[in-house]
Design a binder for this molecule. Structure first.
Ligand code: SF4
Length: 345
């Protein structure tokens, strides 16, 4: 059976999937559909917006259509934009009228942004890949999360969806997820943020991330961003669950970055998201990790730090992450090694 994936594009605090990026979600979903013995096809919100004939011809061949995406933290975009809720509902209505089963997943449904549930046959609050896999293998829709085994397996099988992306092979950038969740989850995290809702952070092993990058590289992808985590420096940190600022571990970062560099020789290797509080608290480790990022990643890289307010009362009331002096200290540490311009930025 043909199953359509419609990429609504993603913008979350720790995941970007607006072209030229492709988020991991449609890739995992592609892997899950193939793993269930069915055949996925890939369409996007832009096909719906700009190529209606192409879109409806492809949808007409499918029995099930999975919409995945949503913007939790909308930004400014240069070439396209994530689907709005209205657009998602419009697509769902259009597809439903063609007699298809419509499932929606990703941040738009996980964080209850979908208002009109009646437009969809299933609104998935767990991982859509796991939900669809269960349905296609004869079970009911589930609201579970993918297991770590499924995560790594579907990431590799699903890499081939990139062949259908309009930016493949370049300027496509594959967003890679190294872990899920925030180390501050047990404090409730910052008041505005959805990441603590994922609970205890789950880290992927370096070898599994390298395998995924290698699969993508074999399919022609040369640009990678390790953007799928709340803080790159905190990857596999020690003391998660006990410490709000767990000890960051340069050796783990080295294993990850050197593995990707060796296996893929990326044209672009960037990171996203860094927690200034952990860098300021563990300054020696923070320096070592910054040096590793400079050594293994490519120019134009950004360690994006979040600072929502310098007002002590706002920080306290919103349980924010870092004090202004900690942010300044982290900036200083990063700039010691990372401020020089590379050959292209
Ligand atoms: S530190 Fe705050 S903003 Fe950053 S991921 Fe955790 S809860 Fe979200």
């Amino acid at each position: 059976m043909l199953v359509a994936i419609v990429d609504l594009y993603v913008d979350e605090p720790s995941c970007l999937g607006v072209p030229p990026y492709i988020s991991p979600y449609p890739r995992y979903l592609w892997g899950a559909i193939k793993d269930s013995g069915h055949t996925p096809i890939y369409l996007t919100i832009d096909d719906f917006r700009e190529r209606m004939g192409y879109f409806s011809r492809n949808i007409s061949k499918c029995r099930i259509v999975c919409l995945v995406g949503g913007a939790v933290v909308p930004g400014r975009y240069l070439r396209s934009a994530p689907a709005s809720i209205k657009e998602a509902e419009k697509i769902a209505e259009f597809i439903s009228n063609m007699g298809k089963i419509v499932i929606i997943g990703g941040p738009m449904s996980r964080f209850n942004l979908v208002q009109n549930h009646g437009k969809f046959d299933h609104v998935c609050t767990g991982d859509i890949d796991a939900c669809v896999y269960d349905f296609l293998t004869g079970k009911n829709f589930s609201e579970r999360r993918r297991s770590i085994h499924e995560w790594n397996r579907w990431a590799v099988i699903g890499a081939e969806v990139v062949l259908h992306h309009r930016d493949h092979p370049v300027p496509l950038i594959a967003e890679i997820e190294t872990y899920r969740g925030c180390v501050r989850y047990f404090t409730g995290g910052c008041s505005f943020c959805i990441e603590p809702l994922y609970g205890v952070p789950v880290f992927r092993e370096q070898k599994d991330i390298v395998k995924e990058c290698t699969a993508l590289r074999r399919l022609g992808v040369v640009n990678f961003r390790l953007g799928g985590q709340t803080c790159f420096y905190s990857y596999k940190a020690k003391g998660v669950g006990d410490l709000e600022r767990p000890r960051i571990v340069p050796e783990e970062i080295k294993l990850l970055l050197s593995g990707i560099k060796r296996a893929c020789s990326p044209a672009v290797l960037h990171i996203d998201n860094a927690n200034p509080a952990v860098i300021a608290e563990h300054e020696d480790e923070g320096r070592k990790i910054t040096k590793l990022i400079v050594e293994y990643c490519t120019p134009g890289n950004v360690a994006a730090l979040g600072m929502e307010s310098a007002d002590p009362e706002v920080i306290k009331r919103n349980n924010l992450n870092a004090e202004p002096d900690e942010v300044m200290k982290a900036i200083g540490i990063i700039n010691e090694y990372g401020r020089a311009h590379g050959k292209n930025g």
